[in-house]
Design a protein around this ligand. Structure first.
Ligand code: GLU
Length: 483
């Protein structure tokens, strides 16, 4: 029988998917997969001024790209839909009516300006800003008069003066004093439900069993629990994970650099690397393991291993993981993923011989940190892009280097057969003839063959270039150096 565990990821389509939210999605996804439960995607788009359908599309794309597949959601439906809050407005209205009838809410006619004034007064008096309940005790006549003046009311929940306690699966026992909280808005004056209201109705109606989200929602949880109790709904279990921080320990934001999944995708990070990194961040796996497949992460996932204190985003570590995933990727698979990056770098992959390109990729993939770097690593294999860098030219100018190049070329003029054998024999010949060895022998050859001082293994480069191309390059070098 299917496990009853149901979790959800509930993004608001107000921007590109932030890595912090992607991590929340990942935690929920891993939890659902570990438990054999269901992972639900719900779009929280009731803030019309900030929501954008383009972001909704990109959120779904980014989640798919990360491989965090959902079992119910706006695109695939499910038994608990609709999965977009903007399509659930009737439901919120009906629930508002329940609270109105039970006298647990009241209309508030305060304007933005009035609320702001109250806020400023409280701040000046060094008191916590909150709504002091001006409209709570209005008489029917006063309400009518305000309504007649054209003011549209919002609806506020009457916060009970009790202590809210709950057990958080990551943070342990939590406690919030109702006294410290003002009556909060559940339906705005434009008729749209506020986040805390809609989320409770949806989580209840969608039979969500565990709410896993960032610790920035902790105080919202206290308000939501009040609503669960007001409706008589069973509360889900809550788990609030730590947030991702920048190096300065402030919440990770744009000023720290790349923060959205889309940015990392466009820079050529692999989804496996990003998912692995986000799963590792603020969590630990047995034996200090760092590279884990999805299945291994699901298997090892436990909320009890999630850390309570913030996790610093370490881009170097992500780069290290990305390089490892690129290095270990099957070359044909990598080739497919590299296509857009090759195009962006000015190459036309369809014009290249697949076997040759595969060989080139085999040769350079160990050098890549991101896919976007591919252009800088394969240019040396294209004769039309070949040129000597300044450093290469300087290195080749020494008498020892000139001698090495002369001898290496001499062998190539007559060498025939398998390119790998020719390379080995040419190196041997250059070594014997010039008396130069080690670095002083290989660096000039590298500089002449690639125009650069760094790169993959020379023997592999030689084979990928082919003898003709090497001969041409040596001729060019000899001309430049007047050898
Ligand atoms: N839409 C909310 C957000 O993006 C969802 C928070 C929650 O998981 O309840 O922050």
């Amino acid at each position: 029988m299917e496990n009853k565990t149901r979790v959800r990821f509930a993004p608001s389509p107000t921007g590109e998917l932030h890595v912090g939210n992607a991590r929340t999605a990942l935690f929920n996804w891993m939890f659902a997969r570990h438990e054999g439960g269901r992972f639900i995607l719900r779009i929280e788009d009731t803030d019309e001024s900030r929501s954008d359908s383009a972001y909704q599309t990109s959120l779904l794309e980014d989640l798919k790209w990360l491989g965090l597949t959902w079992d119910e959601g706006p695109d695939i439906g499910g038994d608990y839909g609709p999965y977009r809050q903007s399509e659930r407005l009737d439901l919120y209205e009906a629930h508002l009516k329940k609270l109105v009838d039970a006298d647990l809410v009241y209309p508030c006619y305060c304007t933005e300006d009035e609320l702001e004034e109250e806020r400023q007064t409280l701040i000046l008096a060094k008191r916590m800003p909150r709504y002091l309940g001006k409209c709570r005790n209005l008489g029917a006549g006063e309400r009518e008069a305000l309504a007649a003046s054209g003011r549209k009311p919002s609806y506020r929940f009457k916060v009970p003066q009790t202590t809210i306690e709950f057990h958080d699966l990551i943070r342990g026992p939590m406690r919030f004093e109702g006294e410290a909280m003002g009556d909060f808005i559940i339906v705005r004056s434009n008729g749209m439900p506020a986040y805390n209201f809609a989320v409770v109705i949806d989580d209840h109606r969608m039979s969500v069993t565990h709410v896993i989200r960032g610790e920035d929602h902790l105080s919202n949880t206290a308000l939501q629990i009040m609503l669960y109790r007001a409706f008589g709904f069973e509360e889900p279990t809550f788990a609030h994970h730590c947030l991702i921080l920048g190096r300065d320990h402030a919440k990770l934001g744009k000023r720290h650099g790349s923060v959205s999944v889309g940015e990392f995708r466009r820079q050529g990070f692999l989804p496996e690397a990003l998912v692995n990194y986000l799963g590792l961040l603020g969590s630990s796996f047995a034996g200090g393991r760092e590279i884990l497949s999805r299945d291994e992460m699901i298997e090892a996932f436990s909320l009890s291993r999630a850390s309570k204190s913030g996790a610093v985003f370490d881009e170097d570590k992500l780069r290290w993981l990305n390089a490892a995933y690129i290095r270990n990727a099957a070359t044909d698979n990598l080739l497919r993923r590299l296509e857009p990056f090759l195009r962006a770098a000015g190459y036309r992959p369809e014009t290249l011989d697949t076997a040759w390109l595969t060989n080139v990729l085999e040769t350079v993939k160990g050098e890549l940190t991101t896919l976007a770097e591919i252009g800088d690593h394969i240019d040396l294999f294209f004769d039309e892009r070949y040129s000597l860098s300044k450093e290469a030219e300087r290195l080749l100018a020494s008498p020892g280097a000139r001698e090495v190049i002369g001898a290496f070329d001499e062998y190539l003029q007559r060498g025939e057969g398998d390119p790998g054998d020719i390379y080995a024999a040419a190196i041997r010949h250059a070594k014997e003839k010039s008396g130069v060895r080690g670095r002083d022998l290989f660096m000039p050859v590298r500089a002449a063959l690639t125009g650069k001082l760094k790169g993959p293994e020379l023997d592999r480069i030689f084979v990928a270039l082919g003898v003709d191309s090497v001969r041409k390059r040596l001729a060019q070098v000899k001309k430049t150096l007047s050898i």
